[in-house]
Write a protein that binds this ligand. Structure first.
Ligand code: ATP
Ligand code: MG
Length: 490
């Protein structure tokens, strides 16, 4: 068997050590699935017939991971963070699930087959013997990998009743892998989706995050809606279905929101941008009105009510405060770029004051998602590029004597002189030199130069100072021209 990604020695050492002590040891779960798909595994899980105490005896540094007997084997030496801890879990046979979440009992008298049988989907229930290079695949997981199918191990309704999280895992895996869900499994999800009502919010949120962070979040959300689970995650999104907009928009609010989200994923942008893209128009359904002339729809203030709705949604899902704040802010200000009459430098300055220096670029990204989600071919038309150019102009470091590593007071102290026009001339003369050669912008060098200048007569010094002022203006103009050139705007 050859896979694109090889099995790291940190992992094969673990399986080898177990086998040398006479135990069975296999790779199992997501890493085997990913290896077969030629995707890079995120973590490496080993399963064995050794009991937790026996595992701990074999390796020098270990700790208990959870209540299921998983032992973390620590690899201090490795550079790769994913290999610092290799999880080794004894074969497991699970008892009943009276609370639909945690098995009532975990027995360690299990075989590899028992262990594979308790796993969620066939593609996650394949074991791989690292040394002998063979797989154990009693549920035909490889076949389903070949046909891009997510299929429950055993009776799907029973399996979802045991643990409702599997419903979300199915949809999330399908978004991550671009797989379909097997028909029986899909039917079972439709029948058991109500189980999500009782599920811990944190578990729902974590799967939702992984779905949004996948390559195909749009498909994931469409599937979540179709299977009746979106209403337990973000029911507000369902209200956007069929909410028609004006002619400029090719899509209803639902499709627009999903396409905006998908663009953020296609660009590999982070979670906060993706969530803001998904939620930016979440209040359009409630704020839609007919215009006075009845010719078109208006959505006045939807960014303000939308920010409130986004806050409610993210709080309900127990997102951390920092990302919640970021997303709410991006929803609140996403309309800024549509107001043509607001394109002035002072308006851009006000925007930056409202959202902060870092978030202003995130806002540009959300705007790009919004555009593509509207069905426009260009991410960044002239107007948006003009905004970007102005943002950069506002944020650029100003060219002035404040850039110098020395100030007026330093000069007065060093030369022991009183305040007066001389100081300003000297500072500008120094700026003139620093603009020619930025490496001399050091306190000791500048002090020495200033002391020489102090001796010059005022008239001569004034001339030098004026030269500095002119150079500063030229420099400013050049910088702004560079910025405009970069964004191809005037
Ligand atoms: P990834 O690591 O890419 O998230 P994964 O499939 O490895 O994917 P994990 O949460 O690491 O996901 O779980 C490891 C394995 O444990 C899974 O492949 C599956 O075999 C099993 N598993 C995880 N969660 C469940 C569950 N709720 N019910 C049954 N089996 C599960
Ligand atoms: Mg895993």
């Amino acid at each position: 068997m050859t896979y694109k990604y090889s099995i790291p020695k940190e992992v094969s050492q673990v399986t080898n050590s177990l086998k040398n002590k006479g135990f069975e040891a296999f790779l199992v779960g997501g890493c085997v699935r990913d290896l077969i798909l030629n995707k890079k595994p995120k973590d490496w899980d080993v399963t064995t017939n050794a009991k937790p105490e026996q595992i701990m005896e074999i390796f020098p540094e270990t700790f208990y991971e959870n209540d299921y007997g998983t032992v973390g084997v620590v690899n201090e030496e490795t550079e790769d963070g994913t290999l610092k801890i290799v999880e080794v879990t004894p074969f497991r046979l699970e008892g009943g699930y009276s609370d639909k979440r945690r098995p009532d009992s975990v027995s360690f008298e299990a075989t590899l087959e028992d262990d594979l049988e308790r796993r969620d989907f066939t593609i996650n229930a394949i074991a791989l013997d690292v040394e002998k290079e063979y797989v154990v695949d009693p549920f035909k997981g490889q076949e389903d990998l070949g046909s891009n199918l997510i299929k429950a191990v055993g009776n799907p309704i029973d399996r979802f009743n045991e643990d409702g999280l599997r419903i979300l895992r199915a949809v999330r895996l399908s978004a991550e892998l671009g797989f379909s869900i097997d028909l029986e499994t899909e039917k079972a999800i439709l029948e058991t989706s109500y189980l999500l009502k009782e599920m811990a919010t944190e578990r729902i949120r974590d799967e939702f995050i992984r779905m949004i962070e996948s390559n195909e979040p749009m498909l994931g959300i469409i599937m979540a809606k179709k299977l009746g689970i979106l209403r337990y995650i973000v029911p507000e999104l369902e209200e956007t279905v069929d909410v028609e907009q004006n002619k400029a928009h090719s899509y209803d609010v639902w499709t627009h929101s999903l396409k905006s989200l998908q663009h953020a994923a296609d660009r590999g942008w982070p979670l906060k941008i993706r969530l803001a893209a998904l939620l930016h128009d979440i209040s359009k359904p409630e704020s839609r009105r007919r215009s006075k002339d009845k010719e078109k729809w208006t959505f006045y203030g939807h960014e303000v009510t939308g920010a409130r709705r986004a806050l409610t949604i993210m709080r309900r899902l127990k997102f951390a405060n920092d990302i919640t704040e970021e997303v709410v802010k991006l929803v609140r200000w996403h309309m800024f770029f549509s107001d043509t009459e607001k394109i002035t430098l002072s308006a851009v300055r006000r925007l930056i004051a409202s959202v902060g220096k870092d978030s202003v670029w995130d806002l540009v990204k959300v705007r790009m998602c919004d555009r593509i989600g509207t069905g426009r071919p260009k991410e960044s038309p002239y107007r948006l590029r003009k905004y970007q150019s102005m943002i950069e102009e506002v944020l650029r470091d100003p060219v002035n004597v404040g850039m110098l590593e020395i100030d007026g007071k330093d000069i007065m102290d060093a030369a022991n002189i009183e305040p007066g026009p001389k100081i300003g001339f000297i500072l500008h003369a120094l700026l003139d030199e620093v603009l020619d050669d930025p490496t001399i912008n050091k306190k000791d060098i500048l002090t020495k130069k200033a002391l020489d200048m102090v001796k010059m007569d005022l008239k001569e010094l004034k001339k030098l100072g004026e030269r500095g002022k002119n150079k500063k203006e030229e420099e400013e103009t050049r910088k702004i021209e560079d910025i405009r050139h970069k964004y191809k705007v005037q």
